[in-house]
Design a protein around this ligand. Structure first.
Ligand SMILES: NC(=O)c1ccc[n+]([C@@H]2O[C@H](COP(=O)([O-])OP(=O)(O)OC[C@H]3O[C@@H](n4cnc5c(N)ncnc54)[C@H](O)[C@@H]3O)[C@@H](O)[C@H]2O)c1
Ligand SMILES: O=c1ccn([C@@H]2O[C@H](COP(=O)(O)OP(=O)(O)O[C@H]3O[C@H](CO)[C@@H](O)[C@H](O)[C@H]3O)[C@@H](O)[C@H]2O)c(=O)[nH]1
Length: 352
């Protein structure tokens, strides 16, 4: 049975999983590092595979409390990948490594098709060649595109509206086809908006450039930015600003451990949304951030950002039914408090 620290374990019971090594691709990144923390705390041997393009070595080191092996390997290097898999003989892979800026994917789609789609193909080929048959994969609600109904269940049509979402959908399809043809077992987890930080405040979100709403709002509260620009106030929502479903990164990480356990115990195909089912507008979030931080957080309205759907809110109960998963830290106030603790303690993120 897995053991987890109380502060990080959103649920009381977890299924047991083999403690063979697990490769966490992208384990030096934001969500990956929180997953590394929970795996290590559960006694699983972790190999972090990361090229540190957007991730940070200290994130992997802190997350694993110095216990994980960090392998600086690029997914686009099949020889290095193969060598790593032959040497470490992992029992499964959790795959976070991808490029994930919607705006950049519009201006530089080649990078997204290469790094998200082609490199995932390299990874799948190496897994197949070395007999590794379990993968948990970061998908996204961006694969749904413009909502035709809210909330969005897993049955919602997948019609992504930007290259980022399209590459993630290609990745889902590729993994499905490998499962069908070669017996790969997989979980595709479609996250809504990842947010928050570890309750201890030692690992958290550090993207450069930062584009996500919560870290930007908290940087305003810290006086590091003058104001937050709200992208559009003419959406068909309760106050005109966009609605998003924010899910705590600790809850996301917990779902990955559950999904890996399920597929290593025989489930062959899991596709789940990971969200709370509750949406907040940009204005509501900023107001709550003022309350949590005690700072004014000046805000100004500007035009819409291209590619932003009005609302993204998760629906259904599949993650609960299939994984036994319940979000435990994903009240927006708790998310903001945890993120604020991280930002206060690490104003420059992982930079020394
Ligand atoms: N942040 C969100 O709200 C969100 C929502 C839905 C889905 N996702 C998905 O979750 C995953 C993780 O997102 P994140 O916010 O932690 O991003 P991140 O940029 O912090 O982490 C990605 C990690 O992968 C590594 N990486 C990238 N390309 C690589 C390559 N070619 N070889 C080896 N390592 C490579 C980076 O260095 C980084 O450590 C991504 O796949 C993203 O698409 C994120
Ligand atoms: O300075 C800012 C930044 C964002 N927003 C708005 O805040 C909301 C959230 O934006 P952001 O934090 O950038 O997240 P998303 O664009 O919703 O995208 C995130 O969430 C998606 C799933 O919903 C994932 O697929 C993406 O990888 C991830 O970046 C959106 O309505 C934005 O228009 C602003 O108003 N001002």
């Amino acid at each position: 049975m897995l053991a987890m620290s109380a502060s990080e374990a959103p649920s009381d019971t977890l299924p047991s999983i083999p403690t063979g090594p697990v490769v966490v691709a992208g384990g030096a990144g934001y969500i990956g590092s929180h997953c590394v923390r929970q795996l290590v705390d559960a006694g699983v041997e972790v190999i972090v595979l990361d090229n540190l393009s957007t991730g940070h070595l200290p994130a992997a080191e802190r997350a694993s409390r110095g216990k994980a092996k960090v392998e600086r390997v690029d997914l686009g290097d099949p020889a290095a990948l193969r060598e790593l898999f032959e040497r470490t003989k992992p029992s499964g892979v959790i795959h976070f490594a991808a490029k994930c800026y919607v705006g950049e994917s519009v201006t530089d789609p080649a990078k997204y098709y290469r790094e998200n789609v082609s490199y995932t193909l390299e990874l799948l080929e190496v897994m197949r060649a070395t007999g590794v048959d379990s993968i948990v994969f970061s998908s996204t609600c961006a694969t749904y595109g413009e909502p035709v109904e809210i909330p969005m269940t897993e049955a919602h049509p997948q019609s992504p509206i930007n290259p980022y979402g399209r590459t993630k959908l290609h990745m889902e399809h590729m993994i499905e086809d490998f499962a069908h043809a070669y017996g790969l077992r997989f979980a595709a987890l479609r996250y809504f908006n990842a947010a928050g930080a570890s309750p201890e405040g030692d690992i958290g979100e550090h993207h450069e450039p930062e584009t996500h709403l919560i870290p930007l709002v908290l940087q305003v509260a810290q006086g590091r930015r003058e104001k937050i620009m709200m992208f559009g106030e003419d959406y068909p929502t309760r106050d005109g600003t966009c609605v998003r479903d924010y899910i705590h990164v600790v809850d996301l990480a917990d779902a990955h451990l559950r999904a890996l356990a399920q597929i290593q115990q025989g489930a062959d195909r899991i596709v789940c949304n990971l969200g709370t089912g509750t949406g907040y507008t940009v204005r509501e979030l900023i107001e709550l951030a003022r309350e949590v931080t005690g700072h004014a957080v000046p805000a100004e309205v500007t035009g819409r950002r291209e590619g932003d759907p009005a609302q993204l809110v998760s629906g259904g109960t599949r993650a609960r039914d299939v994984l036994g998963w319940e979000p435990k830290r994903s009240e927006l106030k708790t998310i903001l408090e945890d993120a604020w603790r991280w930002h206060q303690g690490n104003p420059d993120g992982y930079r020394a």
